[in-house]
Design a protein around this ligand. Structure first.
Ligand code: UTP
Length: 273
């Protein structure tokens, strides 16, 4: 499977980081020597993706701005001999960035829907900024390798991690159908349920922010708008597609950092120190 395009939905209001998300998108918080969002873009580059669409809300323009070329700044850095900084800026030159707006925060699937007209490749990578993977292979690399193993280029792939039982109500939780004979971390799913209570969760394998989504699932998105509160959720589109589009789970290796909460972000900062 050749991955060329990715959608990064970053239109959320970031209420857990208020008040300062009034002025600074949480995706621009620094981890190591770059903002969180740059770690996600690097993950896209690691699998050869060169077309990236940000789904933003009004006021979050600083996110795409970070990646745009700035010829005046580059000329000034050159003049001052600051080649290290210049190199850092140039690394995004070969990437085509695109921006769409989500004007109402009606769910992750609704955010993705805003980018569907842009997404032309048969399978598109989706990355949610709250989750970062640290390990030998990035989350997207693990999904791509799983697709190589199954040979199923038309299916969907979701990243999974083992979640503490008491946290199942924060995740989409899956039911496994079969495991791949050559790698038991790669599995075919037969069900998914959004944020079940611990006592009713079908397993402790939770979906974490990386997906490979075929066009067939995008086609279902507009039809699943009856979720709670009128939201459109990606997981509902995956559930609705299960009978026609295989959904594969990939139990990802490595440490997952949840940067979507102030506590998780503080932990992540320590790890990047
Ligand atoms: P969250 O549920 O973490 O929401 O979204 P949030 O707004 O970012 O943060 P809180 O809960 O208010 O603190 C998970 C991901 O989905 C995107 C967010 O930007 C984040 O990357 N998202 C969510 C959208 O782009 N649009 C939506 O309508 C909902």
């Amino acid at each position: 499977m050749q991955l060329t395009q990715a959608i990064l939905p970053v239109a959320g209001l970031g209420t857990r980081f208020l008040p300062w998300t009034k002025a600074v998108p949480k995706e621009l918080l620094p981890l190591g020597n770059q903002p969180i969002i740059a770690h996600l873009v690097d993950e896209c580059l690691s699998v050869g993706i060169r077309e990236i669409c940000f789904v933003i809300s009004r006021g979050k323009e600083a996110i795409p701005q970070y990646f745009y070329q700035d010829p005046a700044l580059e000329a000034e850095l050159k003049r001052r001999g600051k080649s290290h900084f210049l190199e850092q800026l140039k690394r995004y030159d070969e990437v085509k960035f695109h921006v769409v707006y989500q004007d109402q925060q009606l769910g992750d699937g609704h955010a993705i829907l805003q980018a569907v007209g842009w997404a032309k490749s048969p399978t598109v990578a989706i990355l949610f900024g709250d989750d970062l993977f640290l390990g030998k292979r990035s989350g997207l690399e693990q999904l791509r390798d799983a697709a190589k193993l199954t040979g199923d280029d038309h299916g969907a792939y979701v990243a999974l991690q083992d979640i503490p039982q008491e946290h199942t109500h924060r995740y989409g939780i899956v039911t496994v159908d079969t495991r791949h004979p050559k790698d038991e971390r790669v599995m075919k799913l037969k069900g998914m349920v959004e944020k079940p209570k611990p006592e009713s969760a079908p397993s402790t394998l939770g979906i974490v922010g990386r997906y490979l989504i075929p066009q067939s699932v995008f086609a279902v998105l507009p039809k699943v708008s009856n979720g709670e509160g009128g939201e459109i959720r990606l997981i509902d589109a995956l559930i609705a597609s299960l009978s026609t589009t295989p959904v594969h789970g990939v139990h990802c290796e490595g440490i997952r950092l949840d940067t979507g909460t102030p506590e998780g972000f503080r932990e992540a900062v320590k790890i990047f120190e």
